[in-house]
Design a protein around this ligand. Structure first.
Ligand SMILES: *[C@@H]1O[C@H](CO)[C@@H](O)[C@H](O)[C@H]1NC(C)=O
Ligand SMILES: *[C@@H]1O[C@H](CO)[C@@H](O)[C@H](O)[C@H]1NC(C)=O
Ligand SMILES: *[C@@H]1O[C@H](CO)[C@@H](O)[C@H](O)[C@H]1NC(C)=O
Length: 670
């Protein structure tokens, strides 16, 4: 026994040794030479016990009677070892016979690992022939199982022998042919963090011995974990009470169950938690009620040690943490932040996401073994965004990024989703500014949020390169949602090239842009683009790339409205002219044939020649009526004079008005 052993276990060992002796004394010997019987006892055959020791060797039973047949004793290999004594009386044949040697022989050295020198005490005599008490201390520091032995006394006249046997109960765990279980053993020597991440499962073979006909039930073994004195159990092995003790099946342990026996009791496996290593040692403590001796139940331990040469990483357990957009608290489960296993305690942990970093609030954090929980007070972020956080651990002499177990820590920002704000692009030397209209079918301007816009920009980064500084946002227009994204181009050529790229990548068949925007292929499309005037106010050029969308209130439609406005002004002028004309027509009815009907100017007329617009009937130069149809139309016009069409002044309906007029005109033509 060494000084390091806990008092409790030492005491138990002592009790075990005593109980083994008692077992023999009570069960075997008090049986008074009867034959084999229940567990804990032995076949005893031969002459009945006698008061006087017979010639040769004899054991003594509780009643002080002597017996020289073989006895079998039981011992528990408590905490991997046991001691017992073999003592017997020796009576030589004659007074003068000299003892030359006394020894124990013929035992299995894997089970009986040590035999002391005999203590020889003369305890009396029979008719002058001395009787000597011979006592050996037997050590069991190996495996479990059965072994016989023989005591042998050699004198100058003869050799005397007597047999005995031991049953050593319990179990041992064996790795690479070495017994690793037990208090005095080296235990499991596991590798460092690198080795264990590569191979975390270690399998030991198991050898067991139960007494009598008791079938071993390894499922009944009770397992607990204890730190070695002065050390810390860092939860290197995960184990819950709900784990099946005999859960090592098909070379696998259940998740969260880091140790287990195979159901038949052939093997024991231990699986370390990834990265939880690097310091000290701990014990796995086993109690096995199936192996019991006089009320004492078998117990043992397995010492587990790690290679400490490389300090383990600081480890963060991956998780998704919801944070309000206005800020909140993020708590991250971590381990390996303290000494041990680190050379020093962590000073702070830094959490970064979305370009911002936050130091841990150590006061609010749980910096205890074996697990730590680090708390950060963060400023939030964009609603609807999910950020992969980076976690760094700052120790005295080094700052290392955490190893993420089970994925990264994701900051999921909740709360009222903000809408993207207008962002002007500042002028840049040698650059022109361009507006690009992209249509998103799945949104409208009320739910085209910052998060969605960021996805849109991510698409631009992917298609054209650049970063947030290279893009602006003029507005988000109605028509599903149509962000007007501002960006730079070097010149017209560069502009054309960029537009071509956007068109190609946002084509449904390509879908490259949509993928980068995390949108379905058919739900995002390029609408049009234009060059922004140097004062940033509007359009100064067009790439001619417009792809009109019925739903888009695009630039071309604004231009159309402007043109229609001009048309209406001209129409009013035309009406005024018509009024003047009518008055003169009333005076000279026959003049109408030289002038257009209803005040439309003649083809030589300045207004007609320049005719930017159509008249209310949609006519313009080049499409004027022939003289024949003009006459027919004039008649119809006379009929209509009673109900002249009022000119429309509504800009919104301007286009429809023109279309109506055109169809009227076509109808007349037909
Ligand atoms: C055991 O003792 C009896 C007498 O009690 C004797 O006859 C016998 O030879 C002894 N056996 C041995 C193995 O010494
Ligand atoms: C021999 O002596 C030991 C202690 O001195 C005692 O426990 C044991 O019972 C003795 N054995 C015999 C056979 O007399
Ligand atoms: C955005 O709002 C529109 C109109 O309310 C709705 O049809 C659409 O499903 C919304 N989109 C998303 C992604 O919530």
């Amino acid at each position: 026994m060494t000084g390091g052993r806990s008092a409790g276990w030492g005491a138990k060992r002592w009790v075990a040794g005593v109980s083994a002796v008692l077992a023999v004394a009570v069960a075997a010997w008090s049986a008074g030479g009867a034959s084999a019987q229940e567990a804990g006892v032995t076949e005893i055959a031969g002459p009945p016990p006698t008061k006087q020791p017979p010639v040769g060797c004899s054991y003594r039973n509780d009643d002080g009677l002597h017996i020289n047949t073989s006895v079998s004793k039981q011992v528990l290999l408590m905490y991997g070892s046991a001691t017992d004594t073999i003592s017997f009386s020796f009576r030589p044949s004659t007074k003068t016979e000299e003892i030359e040697s006394v020894s124990i022989k013929g035992y299995k050295r894997a089970i009986i690992t040590s035999v002391s020198e005999p203590e020889q005490t003369v305890v009396g005599n029979v008719g002058g022939v001395p009787v000597t008490n011979m006592t050996f201390t037997i050590g069991f520091d190996g495996t479990v199982g059965d072994t016989g032995y023989e005591v042998e006394v050699v004198t100058d006249a003869d050799t005397y022998t007597m047999e005995g046997a031991y049953e050593v109960g319990g179990f041992v765990l064996v790795l690479d042919e070495k017994i690793v279980s037990g208090e005095e053993k080296d235990g499991l020597q596991l590798g460092d963090v690198v080795a264990l991440v590569k191979k975390s499962l270690t399998e030991c073979s198991m050898k067991w011995k139960t007494f009598g006909s008791v079938t071993p039930d390894v499922g009944a073994i009770q397992i607990s974990f204890k730190e070695q004195e002065g050390s810390t159990f860092l939860k290197e092995v995960e184990y819950e009470d709900t784990c099946e003790v005999d859960g090592y099946v098909d070379n696998k342990l259940a998740p969260g169950c880091g140790v287990g026996f195979s159901p038949g009791g052939n093997a024991f496996a231990i699986k370390t938690s990834p990265y939880r290593c690097g310091y000290g040692q701990f014990f796995i403590h086993f109690t096995w009620p199936s192996v019991e001796l006089n009320g004492e139940v078998f117990e043992t331990v397995l010492i587990v040690k790690f290679d400490k040469s490389s300090p383990p990483p600081c480890v963060a357990l991956g998780d998704t943490v919801e944070v309000d957009s206005s800020g909140g608290v993020v708590a991250v489960d971590m381990f390996n932040l303290l000494n041990p296993p680190q050379p020093s305690d962590v000073e702070k942990v830094i959490l970064s996401y979305d370009g911002k970093s936050f130091d841990s609030n150590n006061g609010k954090s749980t910096l205890e073994q074996p697990d730590q929980k680090m708390v950060f007070e963060v400023s939030g972020g964009t609603s609807g965004e999910k950020y992969d956080a980076t976690i760094e651990c700052a120790f005295e002499d080094r700052t290392i990024e955490a190893t993420y177990l089970g994925g990264k820590v994701v900051i999921d920002v909740t709360g009222e989703a903000g809408l993207p704000e207008r962002k002007d692009l500042p002028e840049r030397d040698g650059k022109i500014r361009v507006a690009v209209l992209i249509e998103f079918d799945r949104y409208d301007p009320t739910n085209y949020t910052v998060a969605v816009h960021n996805k849109c920009l991510a698409g631009f980064f992917e298609m054209l390169g650049g970063d947030a500084d290279d893009y602006g946002l003029e507005t988000v227009r109605q028509g599903s949602a149509i962000p007007v994204v501002l960006m730079y181009a070097d010149d017209q050529e560069d502009y054309d090239a960029k537009v071509e790229t956007l068109k190609a990548d946002l084509a449904e068949e390509s879908c490259k842009g949509q993928q980068a925007m995390d949108e379905p292929c058919d739900k995002v499309r390029f609408l049009e683009s234009y060059i922004v005037a140097s004062d940033g106010s509007g359009v100064s050029g067009d790439s001619g790339a417009a792809v009109a969308s019925a739903s888009g209130l695009a630039t071309w439609s604004i231009a159309l409205i402007a043109v229609l406005g001009a048309l209406i002004v001209m129409l009013l002028i035309a009406l005024a002219l018509w009024a003047v004309y009518r008055r003169s027509a009333e005076q000279t009815e026959s003049d109408y044939s030289t002038s257009g009907p209803l005040g439309v100017p003649d083809p030589d007329d300045l207004l007609y020649n320049e005719s930017v617009v159509r008249d209310v009937y949609g006519r313009s130069n080049g499409a004027g009526p022939t003289p024949e149809t003009a006459a027919a139309r004039a008649r119809e016009a006379e009929l209509r004079e009673e109900f002249p069409r009022p000119p429309s002044t509504s800009a919104a309906s301007g286009r429809a008005e023109t279309d109506d007029a055109s169809s009227t005109y076509s109808g007349l033509m037909g």
